[in-house]
Design a protein around this ligand. Structure first.
Ligand SMILES: [Zn+2]
Length: 231
C-alpha cells in the first residue's frame, strides 16, 4: 500500500495533463523538487487547481509511489497577491520558477535553492526590478548548483579581449577557441555584478533591455550538458 507523506514547499510549475488532471512540481524543504499528480484539478469543484498555482507556498499530503506522487490534500500557507497583480513581476517570477524546475533534479534536497526561490518571490513582491532581478536569480541558482559560468574573463586563460560564448564552457577568447558573436565586456561584467550583489540590489546594475535578453538567452542553455530535455 502506498505511503502517505506530508511536506511544505513552493509550487514551481503546473501543467495540464489528461482531460482534467494537472502535473505540478513543488520545491520542498526536505525532499527537494517533487513531481505531483493532481487528479481532477481542473474540475470546478476542486480547490486544488487554485491552491497549486506557481509561486504559492503550500502544505501537501500525498501518496508516495512510482512515477509522480499522487496528491491527497493541499493547503495554502502563503501567497503573493501584489506580485500576482503586477504582470512584469509575475512574468519574471514564472520564468524564474520554470528555470529552477528545469535545473533542479527530482528528489534531491537543496535547502539553499528553497531559500533562494523564496527570497526571489519576496523581493519581487517588494518591488525588485523584474528583469535584472530574474537574471540575478538565475545566475545565483546555477552558481548554487555548481553550474555557474566563470565571469572573470576567458574561462581557460583569463584573457578579457574579444570574448565569445560557448554553451559548454561559457566565456572563451578567440585564441582559446571562442567563436561567434562577441559578448561585450559591459555584458559579462554586468552578469558578474548581478551574480555577486544581494538580490535586492539587482536594479542597481544598469543593463539595456537587449543586453538582459542576451544574457538570459546565454544562460538558458548553459551549461549545455546540465540542461535536461523537457518531457
Ligand atoms: Zn582564452
Amino acid at each position: 500500500m502506498a505511503r502517505l507523506r506530508r511536506s511544505r514547499g513552493i509550487v514551481l510549475t503546473a501543467r495540464d495533463v489528461q482531460e482534467t488532471d494537472r502535473l505540478v512540481h513543488v520545491l520542498c524543504e526536505r525532499e527537494g523538487k517533487l513531481p505531483l499528480l493532481v487528479k481532477r484539478a481542473r474540475r470546478m469543484e476542486s480547490p486544488y487547481g487554485a491552491i497549486l498555482e506557481p509561486t504559492n507556498y503550500v502544505e501537501l499530503i500525498y501518496y508516495v509511489r512510482g512515477g509522480p506522487y499522487l496528491l491527497k490534500e493541499a493547503h495554502l500557507l502563503k501567497h503573493f497577491p501584489s506580485l500576482r497583480a503586477d504582470p512584469a513581476a509575475l512574468g519574471a517570477a514564472l520564468t524564474g520558477l520554470a528555470f529552477a524546475a528545469d535545473r533542479l533534479p527530482d528528489g534531491v534536497p537543496e535547502p539553499g535553492a528553497v531559500e533562494l526561490v523564496g527570497r526571489f518571490l519576496a523581493e519581487l513582491e517588494r518591488g525588485l526590478h523584474p528583469r535584472p532581478g530574474l537574471l540575478a536569480f538565475e545566475l545565483k541558482l546555477v552558481s548554487l548548483l555548481g553550474h555557474g559560468p566563470h565571469l572573470a574573463g576567458c574561462v581557460r586563460c583569463g584573457g578579457e579581449e574579444g570574448l565569445a560564448w560557448s554553451p559548454e564552457e561559457g566565456l572563451l577568447c578567440r585564441r582559446c577557441g571562442g567563436t561567434g558573436e562577441e559578448v561585450p565586456p559591459s555584458l559579462w561584467r554586468g552578469m558578474r555584478m548581478l551574480s555577486r550583489l544581494p538580490l535586492r540590489a539587482a536594479g542597481r546594475v544598469k543593463l539595456p533591455e537587449a543586453a538582459l535578453d542576451r544574457a538570459l538567452e546565454l544562460l538558458q542553455r548553459f551549461p549545455a550538458s546540465a540542461s535536461r530535455a523537457r518531457p
